[in-house]
Ligand binder design. Structure first.
Ligand SMILES: Nc1ncnc2c1ncn2[C@@H]1O[C@H](COP(=O)(O)OP(=O)(O)OP(=O)(O)O)[C@@H](O)[C@H]1O
Length: 214
């Protein structure tokens, strides 16, 4: 098996709040190569906030979240900055950019040196023939598909996904879960916030039910 990634996430005694509200406390978990975590819990409990904290987009109140590139002998572990470790598929996408789908994706293809043509990249997420659509006018499911294309392009070891199945039809859901299976098979990690279970072929995602801070 080709496993380009060997990434580990270690969350230790994490506490998190937004504004005045304490959200999570004493949260610890570890994730290794090829593993997925399914984050679930009530509306407003803090799933999106946890993803933002793992990406260091919001600060922790306590504890730590470490992204670690593990050396085979375990004696030369390397800490990665989130920007080196992960790619974030947020629920709200780049809808305010004023770009067309083709322009948006071409930009990311150039940044990442994509070997595929624009049309082939679009086809990989079922958006072939849609390059001229304005990003602002994409439907919810089309936006999720654009997100998936950007995740594919990121070549990052960890995928943080916020409601990746929201608004997708059966074909779109299938593409997301198939892409996840491929990513995990390469030794990647996925942390997925979702109200619905996510069936990844060949992988049982570990369920983590978030509860209100003590
Ligand atoms: N920028 C912010 N400033 C202050 N409070 C915020 C901010 N963003 C979110 N919150 C609050 O933090 C809490 C957690 O929100 P979060 O979006 O993390 O929950 P969630 O579990 O992802 O919810 P949902 O299932 O509804 O998507 C909510 O009470 C929300 O109102």
């Amino acid at each position: 098996m080709n496993r380009p990634f060997d990434i580990h996430l270690e969350v230790t005694d994490m506490a998190l709040s937004r504004g005045e509200d304490a959200l999570l406390s004493d949260l610890s978990f570890a994730v290794g190569p090829g593993q997925a975590v399914w984050l679930t819990g009530a509306n407003g409990i803090g799933k999106t906030s946890l993803l933002l904290a793992l990406a260091e987009l919001i600060p922790l109140d306590a504890g730590r979240a470490d992204w670690i590139l593990r050396d085979r002998d375990h004696d030369q572990d390397q800490r990665l900055r989130p920007a080196e470790a992960l790619s974030f598929s947020a629920f709200r996408g780049p809808e305010r950019s004023g770009l067309t789908l083709g322009e948006e994706l071409t930009f990311w293809q150039r940044v990442k040196g994509d070997p595929l043509s624009l049309e082939d990249r679009l086809a990989s997420v079922g958006l072939d023939g849609r390059a001229t659509l304005p990003v602002a006018g994409l439907s919810a499911g089309q936006r999720r598909r654009l997100s998936l294309a950007r995740l594919q392009l990121s070549n990052r070891a960890a995928w943080l996904m916020d409601e990746p199945l929201a608004g997708l039809d059966a074909d779109g859901r299938n593409r997301v879960t198939q892409n996840l299976a491929t990513h995990l098979d390469r030794g990647g990690i996925a942390i997925i916030a979702s109200h619905q279970p996510i069936a990844i072929p060949g992988v049982e995602a570990r369920k983590l039910v978030l509860e209100a801070a003590a």
